[in-house]
Design a protein. Structure first.
Length: 543
């Protein structure tokens, strides 16, 4: 029998780990989505990982132009004689070096689109068509759809509106990369439509800088029968959005998808769509200025922080400010980036990126971490000094990606192969698994299915944690319930049916889901994994 002292020590260790987990405090992706959830907790209100008192409101973060020894703040072209809010490079401090604006980091556009489409390209084309036809009704935001039957002719309702913002942003990434690879005009139109949809998420709320989870018309197919502000549902009866409704109490995970999509769309569009790029710049500026002005808290329409993970974590502050600087060159965003790349801030970035427990209790946090690190590394390669960039890449490799490496997750794998410390080899397990996972992913439509994966080899730590939580159930409230899980990840064909496969635990053992071919998920998981792999040239058209 284990000693009580050992149990107390391990439980305390787990609590400390949970407090510093990247995902801890993020709301689960199934809030307000009207669909079954295979997770057991929602940690919206735990506020763990909150850095209220660690300088997030100090003058390192907010540029109020009061400490600047330049004499002019004109917001115009940089003449290196004044503070023009566009990346002044008068002096260089190696500890806080950020490259002059602007920089670019897109793949070389030399894709070979002449061969006939292979099996994976045919599959992604089917998913593209399905999403365009069924999963972006009304204004273009991503939702799931319920049909009367598997003939898929009559819609009886839409679901997953509460998480529409993160999946709409993720879908936007897929279409931006699709457009960049193929030059397909339909992909370009999708990018523009979805940017306008996310612009609507921002402005329908009526509160400056506050993004809605979802915006749609007051249509019974999508709006709840009772739209009650107490349930974060709001109707709009006047103004430019009259006749719409929106869902609020937005969390930082929804913002993560919004920034993820807007940044990639901004980069792949060119001068003929400068009006759309201007919209993105204006929207990102509005959101960032509001967050900075509120000490990195998301403020709801009632003027109070949301109850769903409102505090923006350090890595997200770095990422979103870097995105803002990349688009605008504004000095105030550069100062936020500089505040988080100081050597003396590395300890807190490491602590806030501990993701070990996400493998067991809150797996969706791994998706948030990978989306966040993608742009930190992609933009950091051209904006950060070599030492700061290598620190971020090591942080990604050793913490964000370490516990999900080669776990049959094509999205995480594509991010690692493109941004991590990856070198291809002759017998490359990363390339092999990427191709396997994309090949074995189910064909469109991505309807709900029942599955019962089994194994004889259980992860001993998961068994121990399950036993521990039976003795101390309160631990599950902190880090998420842990069930015994497999030592090795199951291939995608044996993973649970869900809205976004890459955020669900591939080690899960036992029955999940239901056979319901009339209920169809958006397929954003396959779209973003395939097009990211194609954009970074790991997958060719004829494969």
């Amino acid at each position: 029998m284990r000693s009580s002292r050992l149990i107390f020590f391990l439980a305390g260790l787990l609590v400390l780990i949970s407090l510093f987990s990247f995902a801890c405090g993020d709301d689960d992706d199934d809030d307000n989505d009207d669909q079954p959830d295979d997770d057991t907790i929602d940690d919206d209100n735990d506020d763990t990982g909150d850095d209220d008192n660690d300088d997030t409101g100090d003058d390192d973060i907010v540029d109020d132009d009061t400490t600047d020894d330049d004499t002019v703040d004109d917001d115009t072209g940089d003449d290196d004689t004044g503070d023009d809010d566009t990346g002044d490079d008068d002096t260089v401090d190696e500890d806080t070096y950020v490259a002059p604006w602007p920089q670019s980091n897109l793949e070389t556009q030399d894709y070979n689109e002449t061969p006939e489409a292979g099996a994976m390209r045919i599959k992604v084309q089917e998913y593209d068509l399905w999403h365009e036809a069924h999963h972006q009704p009304y204004y273009g935001s991503t939702v799931g759809v319920n049909f009367t039957d598997d003939s898929y002719t009559t819609v009886i309702g839409y679901f997953d509106t509460g998480d529409s913002c993160i999946w709409t942003g993720t879908y936007l990434v897929s279409q931006a990369m699709r457009y960049y690879v193929t030059g397909d005009e339909q992909a370009r139109q999708n990018v523009i439509k979805v940017v306008e949809a996310l612009d609507g998420h921002l402005h329908v709320t009526g509160r400056t800088g506050f993004i809605a989870r979802y915006r749609g018309p007051q249509d019974p197919l999508v709006m709840p029968t009772v739209c009650d502000p107490e349930d974060n549902c709001h109707v709009v009866d006047e103004g430019p959005y009259a006749g719409d409704f929106w869902k609020g109490n937005t969390s930082r995970d929804q913002y993560t998808g919004w920034f993820f999509g807007m940044c990639l769309a901004y980069d792949v569009l060119d001068e003929r769509d400068e009006d759309v790029r201007e919209m993105i710049r204006d929207d990102v500026t509005e959101v960032l200025d509001e967050l900075i002005g509120n000490f990195w808290f998301i403020i709801d329409s009632d003027g109070q922080p949301t109850t769903a993970a409102p505090n923006v974590l350090p890595g997200q502050q770095l990422n979103w400010a870097l995105v803002g600087y990349h688009m605008t060159g504004y000095e105030r965003y550069k100062k936020v980036v500089q505040s988080w790349i100081k050597d003396n801030r590395r300890s807190i970035l490491k602590l806030m990126n501990i993701t070990f427990m996400n493998k067991y209790g809150q797996y969706y946090g791994n998706n948030l971490g990978h989306q966040n690190m993608y742009n930190i590394l992609r933009l950091g390669e051209v904006y950060l000094g070599e030492d700061d960039y290598e620190f971020q890449r090591e942080l990604f490799d050793s913490q964000t990606h370490r516990f999900v490496r080669l776990s049959h997750n094509a999205f995480f794998n594509a991010i690692y192969m493109s941004q991590g410390d990856y070198e291809p080899t002759d017998e490359d397990p990363y390339q092999d698994q990427l191709e396997q996972d994309l090949s074995e992913f189910r064909d469109a439509p991505n309807f709900r299915y029942y599955i019962n994966p089994q194994t004889t080899e259980l992860d001993p730590l998961s068994v121990f944690l399950d036993d521990l939580m039976e003795e101390w159930p309160w631990l599950a409230e902190l880090i998420g319930d842990v069930d015994p899980q497999a030592t090795e990840a199951f291939p995608v064909q044996l993973q649970c049916s869900t809205d976004f496969l890459w955020q669900r635990n591939p080690f899960r053992v036992g029955p999940c889901g239901s056979d319901n071919p009339a209920s169809v998920q958006p397929g954003v998981d396959y779209l973003v994994a395939y097009w990211m792999a194609a954009y970074h040239k790991f997958i060719a058209k004829d494969m």
